[in-house]
Write a protein that binds this ligand. Structure first.
Ligand code: GDP
Length: 311
């Protein structure tokens, strides 16, 4: 069964890893958000892409969900001693990824080519694609003004109240080569349990499932299913529920289903939200969606694939 998974960072990477445990390499393409990419110390950093790659390669830090396992922090602690900014935690092994990526980008290589080479080096067999080779920058409009995404997310710890989002560059960002073909030949698109506002929406826009004026939706006739990142009104991690609340929407799995209204053929929500199922206009699957271990990820992926088969 050919599947395209859309993923942000932590939540997306977990389900993508579950799918990769079950599907053969030629059956799975993971398209990853690059809207939170940014430049720091002259390095081009792709937090979501790296989280997905490290997770599939078995190199991710299991405690944080981001960064590398068995990491050391010599560089950032020495930068801190020199009075430099240390709010974005960069491990020594992780820095190697950013340095080499930046060197290649400066040579004129594309982000998708670099990602392919890195995946090969890390032994990843499934296809991981950045959503676009051209930069898209998520800007968060807050009660303290507009903030670049990592400034809001990491430096300000999501404290400012959110008023809206903007994705600079999205109007001209084409999907990378291979994304369109993967979508066309896939039986289904799985929207992983990632932040709908800042992880999934940018991908949906770039691949034109949410139409932007220049293009026609490309997912018509496809099964599209989403897994809720919100469980019992809360996120497992991150600001998605806080964002819903600040935008005047009660955070819930129902709100996530509404967010993707008109797009979905099926929606997966947690056992704790079983009571919401009847209010969701598409077909639903109620199951345990918490992925604490590798086997939890595989279990949820298996159930999701079975659900797709039943639609
Ligand atoms: P980020 O870019 O690193 O914030 O990552 P994502 O957007 O991919 O993931 C954030 C979302 O993942 C949050 O809304 C979490 O609630 C959700 N999430 C994380 N772990 C799990 C999990 O085990 N199950 C479910 N259902 N959602 C999860």
């Amino acid at each position: 069964m050919k599947i395209v998974a859309l993923a942000g960072g932590v939540g997306g990477a977990k389900l993508a890893h579950g799918l990769a445990q079950i599907l053969a390499p030629e059956e799975l393409t993971i398209i990853v958000n690059t809207g939170d990419d940014f430049e720091h110390f002259g390095m081009y950093i792709c937090p979501d892409l790296d989280t997905v790659c490290y997770t599939l390669a078995g190199l991710a830090n299991p405690e944080t969900g981001w960064g590398r396992v068995n990491e050391s922090w010599n560089t950032i602690s020495n930068i801190e001693k020199l009075g430099g900014p240390a709010w974005f935690r960069l491990g020594d092994q992780d820095i190697a990824t950013h340095l080499e990526r930046t060197r290649r980008l400066k040579e004129g290589q594309s982000l998708s080519q670099i990602t392919r080479d890195f995946c090969n080096a890390w032994g990843i067999k499934h296809t991981i694609l950045p959503m676009s080779d051209s930069p898209v920058q998520t800007i968060v409009d807050t009660d303290e003004g507009e903030l670049a995404f990592q400034e809001y997310f990491v430096h300000r710890r999501c404290e400012p109240r959110v008023k809206g989002f903007r994705f600079d560059g999205i109007q001209v960002a084409e999907p990378v080569i291979g994304a369109r073909e993967a979508i066309e030949s896939a039986e289904a698109i799985v929207i992983c349990p990632s932040n709908p506002w800042v992880s999934v929406d940018p991908i949906l826009r770039v691949i034109a499932l949410i139409p932007v004026p220049r293009s026609v939706p490309r997912g018509e006739g496809k099964k599209i299913i989403a897994v809720s990142p919100i469980i019992a009104g809360k996120t497992v991690k991150g600001p998605a529920a806080k964002m819903y609340a600040e935008l005047g929407i009660e955070p819930s799995a129902l709100a996530v289903a509404e967010h993707y209204r008109g797009l979905l053929s099926g929606f997966v929500l947690d056992d704790l939200d079983a009571h919401l199922s009847d209010n969701i206009e598409t077909k639903t699957l109620v199951t345990n969606t918490i992925m604490n271990s590798n086997s939890d990820r595989a279990r949820l992926a298996r159930v999701v694939l079975h659900f797709i088969g039943s639609l």
